[in-house]
Design a protein around this ligand. Sequence first.
Ligand code: S3P
Length: 181
Amino acid sequence: MTGVKEDTHIFLVGLMGSGKTTVGRQLAKRLERPFLDSDHEIEARTGVRVPTIFEIEGEAGFRRREAQVIAELTRQDTPVVLATGGGAVLDAENRRLLRENGWVVYLNVPPSLLWERTRHDRNRPLLQVEDPLARLEALYAARNPLYRESAHFVAEGGNFPPSALCQLLLKEFAKTCVLSM
Ligand code: S3P
């Protein structure tokens, strides 16, 4: 991506429970643009929830659908805020599309906090295991470098209210726009 402008897309990446959807909605509202979520888009197109897609088509089938949705949603004509599924960065083409078509923010949150936030959630098939904390730690170790590789900005820590994080990202986005002018 060459130069960030006021109408540059904002793409959020990070693990499950990092706050992409919550913060993304707030950012979109403040910037008066549509909020999109790749998981919701996949669910709207298939008419079923994510766990059902995993059940029927396996993770590979879900990833194919995800790649198709990412390819479309990263190339909207009007500016959007897009929250991506936690595994979107596994695919090199997704990473390239995200990085080249928008300002990418990584919400970096430690696995212990992600576990606190997701422990009662039954809608994330990868966490329906005996030891979800260990799974989150393994996913963090594998994906943290990919999120960093994809991102233009990393919001570190994550243990603050979504409104504060939204404020921080708005400030950073405005700063990046000015610096790119
Ligand atoms: C996944 C994250 C989920 C969803 C699917 C797989 C992952 O999205 O795409 O369950 O591989 O980390 P969220 O990050 O929005 O929970």
